[in-house]
Write a protein that binds this ligand. Structure first.
Ligand SMILES: Cc1ncc(C[n+]2csc(CCOP(=O)(O)OP(=O)(O)O)c2C)c(N)n1
Ligand SMILES: [Mg+2]
Length: 584
């Protein structure tokens, strides 16, 4: 339904708060929603049924929030999830904080107590608004049924404007069940607030001129791009600018896909794990940081980039600029708008800049080729159990260009962050780096698959993360989605075990998992399941998973059990462990 169809079809008359919530979400054209019911929000559920809106029961509200978060990353439209009073609401916390830290637009509904009985120890009652408030960009308490449309309008505006983020509507039972006489004009929504970025702010012109002067005179400028490029949908502007000025691009895990990893100007991941990007940072004479907080992983615990290198920092959140590294020039604004302004300011210089930097940019493919040669024994390894680098190589070869790879918080994300190559710009790699919880992979894959039904979606997760979320395989099967889930089966909480190996003399405590056959479990749950122990079988298994369009496929990949070889940093030889160091 188009927006104009929706607004010509406004409801009116007497209805309960739950119906008003659903009518507003229908007007906003939201995608599939995720939640688990309870008495407080049942009028909302009933309205969804009557209106024929898509809503998926999940088996843990945390997963509903993760799925909604991933849905939002694929579409830039707010993902919607809900939880009932008390435990339903508190289970949303982890997923909402992922969205808060990653800047993802989301709208969450939480049922709350009937105000006639609040604070009388109602069943499931707790101080949920206080628990949830710091987990969201804004918590809106809905005190009157009549205000439901107005406050949902606000929720969209807050979720998609400035730095996007989650908004929680806390809805008391009596507001949801209570009725009000609505007029058609009550149901209105600003179409500009339905996807991020709702509005664009441009950096100050004087600051743009200063930044342009700095970049213009640089011999070895380098762009460091973070997840903000996706939120701003600035991919075309970034590529045009990088090519016009001959400036290579390095990315964080969230910024992967700012430009395609396969582009000759892409220097890959920088920070804790790097192929060639960290050495290019060290050798740079001007850094342009775009939509990136320069957090712990991006800066290798705040040692990169060196203070001596001039740095231009473009970000939508003014207060993030300079938090971890002093900016020589601060550009406060939208990533795409800021890049466009820099491109314009430097347009007359472009020809001269390209000529001057020809040797510099020709280094990038050469360095990448040298890195590839050095990494070849790992990328091409035929060892059993399977080497993680070999798995990443197979993903690079088999996944079609438009695929989306959702990566879980542990090793799955770090290995693919370093070694997976997106072939197109855009959100083709989705790691949960907002809060880096394990367990995001499967529910995130569900959200991404529902957001892009025609696109191959692969979720990669550790066995520990998968154990946390096993119940959601039932959700994925019920939803009938052709999601491929790769379980990196190392029979361990591997990250913890690897650190215990490296730093505590191999005293392993609570880091082993029992050997499981996740493919057999998947089959028992009515999904497709393939266990892969031989690296030569990887590509066929991946192709089978991608070809299965109506039910999930679990690929149970048996990888190394040797804790000395689990960390990507060990394998790429950038790690130096000293007492007290955080190596991963
Ligand atoms: C909810 C949560 N608990 C704990 C951690 C810390 N942590 C990071 S990776 C990891 C190991 C997870 O094991 P698994 O999912 O099997 O991944 P592996 O490291 O073995 O690849 C842990 C416990 C976390 N990130 N999130
Ligand atoms: Mg594991």
């Amino acid at each position: 339904m188009t927006h104009s169809d929706r607004i010509s079809n406004r409801p009116s008359g007497r209805m309960n708060g739950g119906r008003a919530l659903a009518e507003m979400l229908r007007l906003a054209g939201v995608g599939p929603m995720f939640g688990m019911g309870g008495f407080q929000l049942l009028p909302f559920y009933d309205a969804l049924a009557r209106l024929g809106m898509r809503h998926f029961l999940i088996n843990d509200e945390r997963c509903g929030a993760f799925a909604a978060e991933a849905y939002a990353r694929v579409t830039n439209r707010p993902g919607v999830c809900d939880g009932t009073l008390g435990p339903g609401a508190t289970n949303l916390v982890t997923g909402l904080i992922e969205g808060l830290n990653a800047g993802t637009p989301m709208i969450a509904l939480a049922g709350d107590t009937n105000r006639a009985h609040s604070w009388k120890n109602m069943t499931q009652e707790c101080r949920q608004a206080e628990i949830l408030r710091p987990a969201v960009k804004e918590l809106i308490r809905v005190e009157l049924t009549s205000r439901v449309p107005e406050l949902l309008r606000r929720a969209f505006a807050v979720a998609t404007s400035g730095r996007p983020g989650p908004v929680l509507l806390d809805v008391p039972e009596d507001v949801c069940h209570g009725e009000h006489d609505f007029a058609p004009e009550d149901f209105a929504i600003d179409p500009t607030t339905l996807s991020a970025p709702a509005r664009r702010i441009r950096p100050d012109r004087t600051d743009i001129a200063r930044a342009a002067a700095l970049i213009g005179q640089a011999k070895r400028p380098l762009i460091l791009v973070g997840g903000g490029i996706h939120l701003s949908a600035g991919h075309d502007a970034l590529l045009a600018f990088a090519e016009a000025q001959s400036i290579p691009v390095a990315h964080t895990m969230s910024g992967k896909g700012g430009i395609a990893c396969t582009h000759p100007l892409s220097t890959g991941l920088f920070g804790r794990y790097s192929r060639i990007a960290n050495e290019l940072i060290e050798a740079s004479d001007c850094l342009l940081v775009i939509g990136c907080k320069l957090g712990e992983i991006a800066t290798k615990r705040y040692v990169l980039p060196p203070q001596s290198i001039p740095l231009v920092h473009l970000d939508i959140l003014a207060e993030e600029i300079g938090r971890c590294r002093t900016a020589t020039v601060a550009l406060w604004g939208d990533a795409r708008a800021g890049i466009e302004d820099l491109a314009e300011a430097l347009a007359d210089e472009a020809g001269r800049a390209r000529a001057a930097r020809a040797d510099y940019i020709s280094e990038i493919p050469a360095r990448m080729a040298a890195w590839r040669e050095e990494a070849a024994p790992r990328l091409d390894s035929s060892e059993r159990p399977i080497h993680m680098a070999r798995l990443c190589r197979e993903l690079n070869t088999v996944l079609p260009a438009d695929s989306i790879l959702v990566a879980d918080g542990g090793f799955a994300g770090h290995w693919t962050g370093l070694l997976y190559d997106t072939k197109l710009p855009g959100r083709h790699f989705i790691p949960d780096r907002g809060l880096a919880s394990i367990g995001y992979g499967l529910p995130g894959g569900i959200g991404a698959a529902l957001a892009a039904p025609a696109t191959p979606v692969v979720a990669i997760t550790g066995d520990g993360g998968f154990n946390m979320m096993l119940g959601e395989l039932e959700t994925a099967r019920r939803a009938g989605i052709g999601l491929t889930i790769i379980v990196v089966n190392n029979a361990a909480s591997g990250y913890v075990k690897a650190l215990q190996h490296a730093m505590f003399g191999g005293r392993y405590q609570s880091s082993d998992l029992v050997e499981m056959d996740y493919a057999a479990i998947a089959r028992a749950m009515g999904c497709s399941g393939i266990r892969v122990e031989d690296p030569e079988r990887l590509s066929t298994a991946l192709r089978e998973g991608i070809a299965e369009r109506t039910r999930p496929t679990v690929l149970d990949i048996v990888v190394t059990r040797d804790p000395s070889r689990m960390l990507p940093a060990v394998d790429n030889r950038t790690v130096e462990i000293r007492q007290g160091d955080r190596v991963a």
